[in-house]
Design a protein around this ligand. Structure first.
Ligand code: FAD
Ligand code: DLZ
Ligand code: SF4
Length: 514
């Protein structure tokens, strides 16, 4: 008698042929289950482009697996009987196929991880959760690295990853003699730069059907069309190749720059593909290294890109699992203001915020410095509740899953973890934004004014933040000199700044336009 099949559950962000559940499966016996479910599509108001991307990529992946000999049971959102949850669909699939149990690769969020730990009891069938080996550092390896360290710093982790995976190394030395070329990667934008075209992919019948489905979906945020993301591995690889050829050489120089009307600049736009499993991190790093070794891209660009993928991405994930399920709700600075409505509407007079939010609404994308130093910085200095900021980031970006969103938001942008991810808050006044962008010229606010109704809101809010948190921050050697500057300022300037901040915060509380 043939053995009962197992249900190999593949989640929407596990679209990798070698993902653990498939690697451990038996294509002659097991059934692959993929399910579009309301619960996953609405636990935050995801960007419509993000939902469409994942649903279309899931459908394409299901076809690829079928062509590869797998039996795939793909449940559509509008299928009759769809229970709306992964657990419900696992139960139905167990019954439909007379299956002996469920095998799944560990999910990317505590929410699902904790739920899955109970699934076996609820379903009355064995549920095996396998390690996700698509990351270069496993949760256990990261925990081992972290153990006994007083502070976890990305730079040291990154060096170990470079050594362990022999990336950008000359023997046991870093290629070029230095581990990190970040100092060369902070050029402000200059006029006349020629930005590469972002690869935009045609929609096929599968994607068109998904777009109609998402159009009728009640929930979600942002502009669904025009839809241009890659939805297959082959197209995602083509998108990455375009980046290596067209943008990588200048990726480093202008990594931190922001330009009105240029949402993508020289960035790679690979995060959504990487995080859904359409691309693999080590392969991307090796391709980037090849561009340097072949003399087609400079070291500062290539090292910068590799540091983001091999360093930051892995470090951030390690922190998420190390710190535990309460991490997204941490609030070390006791920030208690609600998220201003303009994060959703984009209706603000601050040109930098309007640009970042506007392109987020249309493209489900903003690059790192926009996320960190514009929308993140504002939320930090205005004292917005971290979990509300987190929900916004988790919803609005096509690449957002809690394992990567939470440490970036709660840790890096808001310092709400008290210094686990970063050694100091990334608080900045308008001066930083002015230096790194061309936003301020057309803004209704004046970036050089420190107080008063026309002052750039980032200026008084910056000081208000520093003073509100003085007790906590002034002993930090990386921040203390800011307090010396404040202490040297005249009383009239100090009170004008704090009064302006109070006025702005009052307007935010009253829901008035800022
Ligand atoms: P590039 O600038 O081209 O960088 C290359 C790759 O490096 C990215 O694709 C990404 O995979 C990786 N990377 C770079 N920085 C980070 C980082 N800090 N953490 C993890 N990976 C990184 N990234 C996400 O993938 N999902 C998120 O939900 C997310 N939320 C963020 C929230 C905030 C507040 C901040 C400050 C950053 C966030 N990031 C997030 C990190 C980073 O902003 C995005 O990875 C990047 O902007 C994606 O665009 P790109 O592919 O063009 O990246
Ligand atoms: C983000 C997302 C969405 C929008 N929809 C689905 C879905 O219908 N089915 C599914 O399996 N996964 C979906 N996902 C991705 C999951 O939310 C993701 O696997 C978890 O958040 C863990 O990272
Ligand atoms: Fe942003 Fe201030 Fe510049 Fe306006 S003046 S764009 S609010 S930094």
């Amino acid at each position: 008698m043939s053995e009962a099949p197992r249900i190999l559950l593949v989640l929407g962000d596990q679209l990798t042929p070698s993902v653990a559940a498939l690697a451990k499966g038996d294509r002659d016996r097991d059934v692959v289950l993929m399910a579009e479910v309301r619960e996953e599509a609405s636990y935050v108001p995801h960007h419509r482009k993000k939902i469409a991307f994942l649903f279309s990529a899931m459908r394409h992946f299901a076809e690829e697996l079928r062509a590869d000999g797998w039996t795939v049971d793909h449940v559509r959102l509008d299928d009759a009987g769809n229970t709306g949850s992964l657990l419900g669909e696992a139960r139905r699939a167990l019954e439909r196929h007379g299956a002996a149990g469920v095998v799944v690769t560990e999910p990317g969020e505590w929410r699902l991880q904790l739920a899955m730990e109970e699934w076996g009891d609820v379903l009355g069938a064995p549920v095996k959760v396998l390690r996700d080996d698509r990351f270069l550092a496993s949760r256990v390896e990261f925990a081992d690295w972290a153990e006994g360290r007083k502070q976890l710093r990305m730079e040291f982790f990154y060096r170990e990853m470079r050594r362990a995976h022999d990336v950008l190394m000359d023997g046991d030395k870093p290629a070029g003699g230095k581990w990190n070329y970040d100092q060369e990667n902070r050029k402000p934008p200059k006029e006349g730069l020629d930005y590469p075209e972002v690869p935009r992919f045609q929609t096929d019948d599968v994607t068109r059907e998904v777009l109609e489905l998402v159009e009728g979906f009640d929930g979600g945020w942002g502009d669904l069309r025009p839809f241009w993301f890659a939805v297959t591995r082959a197209d995602a690889e083509a998108a990455a190749e375009r980046f290596f050829a067209d943008a990588l050489p200048r990726f480093g120089d202008y990594q931190d720059a922001m330009v009105e009307g240029e949402p993508f600049m020289f960035h790679s736009l690979v995060s959504l593909y990487l995080n859904a499993g359409l691309l693999e991190p080590l392969a991307l790093c090796r391709r980037a290294e090849e561009e340097w070794r072949e003399g087609r891209a400079p070291l500062n660009a290539v090292e910068g890109f590799i540091r983001q993928v091999l360093g930051w991405r892995e470090f951030i994930r390690g922190i998420y699992w190390l710190e535990g399920p309460d991490y997204p709700r941490r609030n070390a600075l006791n920030a208690q203001r609600g998220l201003p409505e303009f994060y959703w509407t984009g209706e603000t007079d601050m040109a930098c915020m309007a640009a970042a939010i506007g392109q987020t609404k249309s493209e489900a994308y903003a690059h790192h410095i926009q996320r960190l130093m514009v929308t993140g910085n504002f939320a930090l200095i205005a004292g917005i509740r971290p979990w509300e900021v987190g929900e916004w980031y988790l919803a609005v970006y096509a690449d957002a899953y809690e394992w990567v969103e939470a440490p970036n938001v709660v840790g890096m942008a808001l310092f709400a973890d008290g210094g686990v991810v970063g050694s100091k808050p990334y608080a900045a006044s308008g001066n930083y934004i002015d230096k790194m962008s061309d936003y301020c010229g057309d803004c209704r606010y004046k970036v050089k004014e420190r107080s008063g109704p026309d002052a750039c809101p980032f200026n008084p809010l910056y000081w208000d933040f520093m003073i509100r948190n003085r007790e906590r921050l002034q002993s930090n050697p990386r921040v203390s000199r800011v307090y010396s500057t404040w202490d040297r300022m005249g009383d009239d300037k100090k009170s004008a700044a704090l009064e302006s901040a109070e006025a702005i915060l009052g307007r935010l509380s009253a829901g008035e336009r800022v």
